[in-house]
Design a protein around this ligand. Structure first.
Ligand code: NAD
Length: 429
C-alpha cells in the first residue's frame, strides 16, 4: 500500500488510538477483506473513502427569534450497485470521519443482506434534547433543503438513526415532496405507517440483531431459554432487543443508558423498564444502586449485546468480558485490538455490519412497497427479514470457517464483493 498505507498512518506506537478511529479501522478491515478475495489494489482505492461527501450549514430560526447555524453531513460511500441508503443521526459528537465510516458500514450491510443499494449516511451536529419540537422540525426541514441536490428515491435514501425517529422522517419526506412538487414517499424510510412506512420497520434493527443472537446461540450450543443477557443501551435498538430476548425466555440480567446501568443476576423486570423508559432511552435515573456502563460490560453473563455507541469494548476491558457471545447491535462498539483479544479468548463476536443489517433490510422493503404502492403485513415483513438475516449469518459463518477468519473479516468479505464486481462491470476500476 506504500506511503499512504492506512496501517502506518497512526504510527506503530499508538495501536489502540488507531483502533478508536472508526474510519481507519474500517479501512484496514476492508483492505484485509479485499486482499483475501484476491482483488487488486485499485479496488481498495475505490472503496477506502466515500465517492461523495457533502458538508452543509443549516440556519435555523430558534424559538427566541435568534438564528443558529448547524453543521450537517451526507456521505455516499459507493453507488455502483444502486442508489445509496442510510440513516441520519442528530448527535452532539458526530464528525466527518465518523459519518464516512458509517456510510462504509452501510455499504457492507447492503452487500451482506444482498440489497440493490450502496451505503450512505448523514448527520447533524446538535443536541436534540435542547431543541423544542418546533426547532427540531425546522432543523429537519433545513437539512433536507441543504442536501436536496444529492438525495432522492433513485439517488440516496435517508432513514432514521440515533436520536431521529418517524416524526423527523415525516417532516423530511414532506419537505422533499414540497421541493420536488410531487408526493415522494420513496425518498426516505422509517416513516409513520400512514405516510408509507413499513410494518415492522421500527423494530427491524433490533429484530435483525435478535435473529443473530439466536443463530449465534445455536452454533455455540447455548439454549436461549434461561441464557443470561446484558444489553448496553436502552434506546430503540437496546430496549427492543431486551424485549425480544425476554420473550424468547432468556433472562435479561443487565441494561444501561448514558447515565448508568442496572444489573441483577436474577433478571430485571423488563416489562416495567420498557414502560418507564423515556423517548431518549433513559430509565436508570429512576433507580438507586446504579452501576457504571464500564462495570456492566464486565458482569457475568452468557451473551453481551452492546447496543449504545462505539468504542465500548477496547484493550482496557476485552480481557474482562465474561460473555461467551458478543453481538454488536451498535455500530463500532468493539475496537480492532479488542476484536482480536475476544477472538483469541474463544468468544464468538457477531459484527455490527451483520447484526445491524436488519434496519436497512426493512428500509429496502419499505422502499419496494412505496414503489409498488402495495403494502405487506407485519408477518410478511418479518418472515422476509428472517430469511435474509439467517441466510447472511450462515454464509458469513461458513466463510469464517473456510478462510479461518473471524466473523468480522468474513462479513467484510461478503460485504465488499458486490461493490467491487459492480464497479468492475461499470468500468470504473
Ligand atoms: P437511541 O438513541 O434510541 O438509544 C441510544 C441508547 O444508548 C440510549 O439508551 C442512550 O442513553 C444510550 N447511550 C448513549 N450514549 C451512551 C454511552 N456513551 N454509554 C452508554 N449508553 C449510552 O439509539 P438506537 O437507535 O438504539 O441506536 C443505538 C446504536 O445501535 C447506534 O450505534 C445505532 O447506529 C445502532 N443501530 C440501531 C438500530 C435501530 O434499529 N435503532 C439499527 C441498527 C443499528
Amino acid at each position: 500500500m506504500g506511503k499512504n498505507d492506512v496501517t502506518n498512518r497512526a504510527g506503530e506506537n499508538d495501536k489502540e488510538k488507531e483502533n478508536l478511529n472508526l474510519l481507519t479501522s474500517t479501512q484496514i478491515v476492508i483492505h484485509d477483506a479485499l486482499k483475501r478475495l484476491g482483488f487488486k489494489e485499485n479496488a481498495f482505492e475505490m472503496l477506502k473513502e466515500p465517492i461523495r461527501m457533502l458538508n452543509v450549514r443549516i440556519p435555523v430560526r430558534m424559538d427566541d427569534g435568534s438564528v443558529k447555524v448547524f453543521t450537517g453531513f451526507r456521505a455516499h460511500h459507493n453507488d455502483s450497485v444502486g442508489p445509496t441508503i442510510g440513516g441520519v443521526r442528530f448527535h452532539p459528537k458526530i464528525n466527518e470521519d465518523e459519518i464516512k465510516a458509517l456510510s462504509m458500514w452501510m455499504s457492507l450491510k447492503c452487500g451482506i443482506a444482498d440489497l440493490p443499494f450502496g451505503g450512505g449516511k448523514g448527520g447533524i451536529l446538535c443536541n436534540p434534547r435542547t431543541l423544542s419540537f418546533g426547532e427540531l422540525e425546522r432543523l429537519s426541514r433545513g437539512y433536507v433543503r441543504s442536501i436536496s441536490q444529492v438525495v432522492g428515491p433513485t439517488k440516496d435514501i435517508p432513514a432514521p438513526d440515533m436520536y431521529t425517529n418517524s416524526q423527523i422522517m415525516a417532516w423530511m419526506m414532506d419537505e422533499y415532496s414540497r421541493l420536488r412538487k410531487f408526493d415522494s414517499p420513496g425518498f426516505i424510510t422509517g416513516k409513520p405507517l400512514l405516510l408509507g412506512g413499513s410494518e415492522g420497520r421500527e423494530e427491524a434493527g433490533a429484530l435483525g440483531a435478535a435473529i443473530c443472537i439466536e443463530e449465534a446461540a445455536k452454533i455455540t450450543g447455548l439454549s436461549l431459554k434461561g441464557a443470561r443477557i446484558i444489553v448496553q443501551g436502552f434506546g430503540n435498538a437496546g430496549s427492543s432487543i431486551a424485549k425480544f430476548m425476554h420473550q424468547s425466555g432468556a433472562i435479561v440480567v443487565g441494561i444501561s443508558d448514558v447515565y448508568g446501568a442496572l444489573y441483577d443476576p436474577n433478571g430485571l423486570n423488563i416489562d416495567y423498564l420498557l414502560q418507564r423508559r423515556d423517548s431518549f432511552g433513559t430509565v436508570t435515573s429512576l433507580f438507586d444502586g446504579v452501576i457504571t456502563n464500564e462495570e456492566l460490560l464486565e458482569q457475568e453473563c452468557d451473551i453481551l449485546v452492546p447496543a449504545a455507541t462505539s468504542n465500548q469494548i477496547t484493550v482496557k476491558n476485552a480481557q474482562n468480558i465474561k460473555a461467551r457471545i458478543v453481538v454488536e447491535a451498535a455500530n463500532g462498539p468493539t475496537t480492532r485490538e479488542a476484536t482480536r483479544i475476544l477472538s483469541e479468548r474463544g468468544i464468538l463476536l457477531v459484527p455490527d455490519v451483520l447484526a445491524g443489517a436488519g434496519g436497512v433490510t426493512v428500509s429496502y422493503f419499505e422502499w419496494v412497497q412505496n414503489k409498488q404502492g402495495y403494502y405487506w403485513d407485519e408477518k410478511e415483513v418479518t418472515d422476509k427479514l428472517r430469511e435474509k438475516m439467517v441466510s447472511a449469518f450462515q454464509q458469513i459463518y461458513a466463510i469464517s470457517k473456510n478462510h479461518n477468519v473471524n466473523l468480522r473479516v468474513a462479513a467484510y468479505m461478503v460485504g465488499v464483493r458486490k461493490l467491487v464486481e459492480a464497479s468492475e462491470f461499470r468500468g470504473w476500476i
